[in-house]
Design a protein around this ligand. Structure first.
Ligand code: SF4
Length: 363
């Protein structure tokens, strides 16, 4: 293609949107959808370059690492189509009751050794009510907190009362994982045993209790780009602090076992669009990155990610933590973040642009 045939209008528009965000502005829903719908690889790489600038501006070179412990596995009463732990699907995924203190402490020790900021207790059940199980959960959180080795997080499903959220806060819980999973429109396509509104209500209880919110979703379930755009704006609206992006890893025995994988460039573009919409949030790449991105995993940071789920996922394997740490080192990124209190998400930061002497492009 000759220089005369290159259409730079997309390049210019992406730059204008990127500069607006660096100046503390926002993009509209229409502008966001335009970004999600970019198809040309050169345009997508322009978008990625701007997402990288935005990440660097708001996050520097810090990368927030999290890990999880599967605190109660399998036999879940819910019918989420992507999930190996649902009792509706025959997947051969492990099944066991709520964990004893020892495996949780082992995970905390491992997290400390690898500079992992937080360990989340994740339970496969519909939700948490008042009663003996809440007492046991609170004991595990207190033990994690008292160890001083890591930030205690949890993902324990739907919460039906303010008191449950308050009890978790009193036990020392700092951040709760509760994904919206997809847009409000698409949600009933993958779950009918509870609603999108149940999830929003849970998040309200948690926020009222002063607990930080880790909430994101899964891409690759068959949703439209518009659904991904709507998910990102919903997460902005609820004030999510950490936004995990999972990429569907189709599990045999689930309704999504034959879903076609998303192309890696589509995944990177989605991450970049989330960074444009959520410039100050931790955008965390979680499940499905190894299987879907393969050799392109390291590009998630250029695309705007500022956090990484390390160690094994709930039902699938990840690459070893040491390999992830080496990847960050090679990229000049720093996972050593002792105490991440999310204060960097509050205040807009000033920025000034230097105008550069540009060299005229020869005709
Ligand atoms: S995603 Fe959570 S609520 Fe849904 S089936 Fe799996 S464990 Fe249960």
């Amino acid at each position: 293609m000759s220089a005369e045939q290159v259409d730079v209008s997309h390049h210019t528009k992406i730059s204008e949107l990127g500069q607006r965000i660096l100046h503390g502005g926002d993009i509209s829903r229409e502008e966001a959808l335009w970004l999600f719908e970019l198809e040309n690889a050169s345009d997508i790489f322009d978008l990625i370059a701007w997402a990288n600038r935005i990440r660097e501006h708001f996050k520097g070179n810090k990368i927030h690492l999290c890990s999880i412990v599967n605190a109660k596995a399998g036999n879940c009463s819910e019918n989420c189509s992507f999930c190996a732990q649902s009792s509706f699907h025959q997947t051969g995924s492990p099944k066991y009751g709520f964990v004893d203190p020892e495996p949780v402490m082992e995970a905390a020790e491992e997290a400390k050794q690898h500079n992992v900021t937080a360990v989340g207790l994740v339970a496969a059940w519909k939700g948490l009510n008042e009663g003996p199980m809440l007492d046991e959960v609170c004991d595990r959180i207190k033990e994690l907190k008292a160890s001083g080795k890591t930030r205690p997080d949890a993902s324990l499903g739907i919460i039906k009362s303010q008191n449950v959220a308050n009890r978790l806060k009193e036990a020392g819980l700092e951040c709760y994982g509760h994904n919206l999973e997809s847009s409000k429109r698409f949600f009933p396509s993958h779950c009918t045993t509870h609603t999108y509104e149940d999830r929003i209500q849970t998040i309200h209880f948690l926020k009222n209790a002063g607990i930080k919110i880790c909430s994101g979703g899964i891409i690759g379930m068959g949703e439209a780009r518009e659904d991904r755009r709507d998910l990102a704006f919903a997460l902005k609206e609820i004030g999510a602090n950490v936004v995990p992006i999972n990429i569907l890893n189709p599990i045999k025995g689930t309704p999504y076992e034959n879903n076609p994988p998303l192309p890696p460039l589509e995944i990177l573009k989605t991450i970049a669009c989330f960074r444009f919409i959520l410039p100050r949030q931790e955008i965390m790449i979680a499940g499905g990155r190894t299987v879907n991105l393969r050799d392109m995993q390291s590009m998630v940071f250029a695309a705007g990610a500022s956090a990484l789920m390390v160690g094994n996922y709930l039902t699938t394997l990840n690459q070893p933590v040491e390999k992830d740490l080496q990847m960050l080192k090679d990229l000049g990124l720093d996972p050593n973040w002792d105490k991440h209190d999310f204060s960097d998400q509050l205040e807009p930061q000033p920025i000034s642009f230097r105008s550069r002497q540009t060299t005229p492009v020869p005709a």
